[in-house]
Design a protein around this ligand. Structure first.
Ligand code: S3P
Length: 460
């Protein structure tokens, strides 16, 4: 897996000639977490290929190791990491000897919480400075409502729960109950925490969300024989007739569309570029970025290539530099491209006119406040950009972008957005603190360099 990322690294980025070539991006981070988790809970051995090798997935793997699963990684991020997992079965988790460190990964913490509230042993989940600022009440409340003993600590917002999370054991005669939960936010992490806890519950788990968030957990559960029914943004897991087990499996993780979005953006923004990206995951709950770009008449071509394991569709994506129109982004499209909003804002800087992004207030509680940091970055680059409560307006055009000096705020997607913007700016852009990129996209700068980008990495 990637290095710890603890050393301070920075990038010096300059406008380069056309970016051209054919690449693959690292495996999907969301699917990777789930494959590792479901492999650790399987009875028997699983093989998961095409993992990103990123630190977030490594945190999930390490937590499952601490609870008894054996997980061995081989291979390199550039060509895909393989995990061999000896699972312990649903009744086989053991108490870890120390805290479970989720690092920077909200998905690790929230999904693990769903598993841990169902156990007869207690645990404590910690995270890095960024994760420690992220709200956890969204999982604490519904997990408590079904009998889980879980609490976070107080923090910035009254009534909120923040990490570390403490999970007390269920008593010998206690079981989680069934639950019908209407989630106020469209969140795959909340939905997954509830579905995972439902694997051990004494009754059905029904979750409805305002719009359908990424459904990788549902697809994987269905593929493994978990009794699940989905109806649009509703899902029900009823374990009554189920033997509560699954066998080891073989899994291929598709390329991460959220990572591919940065490469697509580089192709759109840098004059003369044409980039082919193979093996991109195109699960419809994740393809908002492709739909948004098509609505802008951006030159992007998608060729379906069948399904990877677990009914996850994949495609080849080709992107070229050419003019495109501004757009208005909001509603369910935002849910389907929630992680792509910062790089989408960078793309909007070159659309001929005013674009508007709304309904994206969730971005304020990601690895950083992505609305405010992205809007500031665009303004520093000389773009007319106004931050709104739930989004921003961006006046795009052809005027030169100014090179900036940006810090990532420990947020991988901010670092990558800044670098891509730098490729289309005049002068030298400096992106500070880029070690965080290893959480999801190890080798990002190398991959861009292989296409012709001028990025120098320095270690301070
Ligand atoms: C994820 C869900 C999303 C997303 C995150 C990964 C997942 O978070 O932003 O990067 O793998 O379930 P929310 O559930 O908070 O929307």
């Amino acid at each position: 897996m990637a290095s710890t990322g603890s050393e301070t690294k920075r990038w010096r980025v300059r406008a380069s000639g056309p970016l051209r070539g054919q690449v693959r991006v690292p495996g999907d981070k969301s699917i990777g977490h789930r494959a590792l988790l479901f492999g650790a809970l399987a009875e028997g051995t699983s093989t998961v290929r095409g993992l990103s090798g990123g630190l977030d997935n490594a945190a999930t793997a390490e937590a499952m190791r601490q609870m008894g699963a054996r997980i061995e990684f081989s291979g390199e991020p550039a060509t895909g990491v393989t995990a061999k997992i000896a699972g312990v079965g649903l009744d086989g988790l053991k108490m870890p000897s120390g805290v479970l460190d989720c690092g920077n990964s909200g998905t690790t913490m929230r999904m693990l919480a769903g598993v841990l509230v169902a156990q007869k042993f207690g645990t404590r989940l910690i995270g890095d400075a960024s994760l420690t600022r992220r709200p956890m009440r969204r999982i604490v409340d519904p997990l408590r409502a079904r009998g889980g003993h879980i609490a976070g600590v107080k923090g910035a917002k009254e009534g909120e729960h923040y990490p570390p999370l403490s999970v007390a054991p269920l008593l010998p005669d206690e079981k989680l109950t069934g639950i019908e939960y209407q989630s106020p936010i469209a969140s795959a992490q909340v939905k997954s925490a509830l579905l995972l806890s439902g694997l051990w519950a004494d009754g059905p788990t029904a979750v409805a969300e305002p719009t359908l968030s990424r459904d990788h957990t549902e697809r994987m559960m269905l593929a493994l024989g978990v009794p699940l029914q989905t109806m649009g943004p509703m899902v029900v897991l009823d374990p009554e007739e189920w033997d509560r087990r699954w066998d080891g499996f073989e899994w291929d993780v598709p390329g991460d569309i959220s990572g591919a979005a940065f490469i697509m953006a580089a192709g759109l923004l840098v004059p003369g570029s044409e980039i082919v990206i193979d093996n991109v995951g195109t699960n419809p709950t994740r393809t908002g970025i492709l739909d948004a770009l098509r609505a802008m008449r951006a030159p992007i071509f998608i060729t379906p290539r069948g399904d990877a394991a677990g009914m996850e569709p994949i495609a080849q994506v080709v992107v070229r530099h050419a003019p495109y129109s501004p757009t208005r982004l909001g509603g369910e499209l935002v849910t389907r491209m929630i992680d792509e909003v910062p790089i989408f804002a960078a793309i909007c800087t070159r659309a001929g006119g005013a674009s508007e992004i709304r309904d994206a207030e969730e971005l304020r509680v990601k690895e950083s406040d992505r609305l405010s940091i992205t809007a500031n970055m665009l303004r520093d680059a000389g773009v007319d950009c106004v931050e709104l409560r739930d989004g921003m307006t961006i006046h795009g055009g052809t005027g030169a972008l100014r090179a900036t000096r940006v810090t990532s705020h420990g947020d991988h997607r901010i670092a990558m957005t800044a670098a891509v913007l730098g490729l289309a700016s005049e002068g030298e852009t400096i992106v500070q603190d880029v070690g965080c990129v290893d959480t999801s996209f190890p080798g990002f700068a190398d991959l861009l360099r292989s296409l012709g980008a001028d990025i120098v990495e320095e270690t301070a």
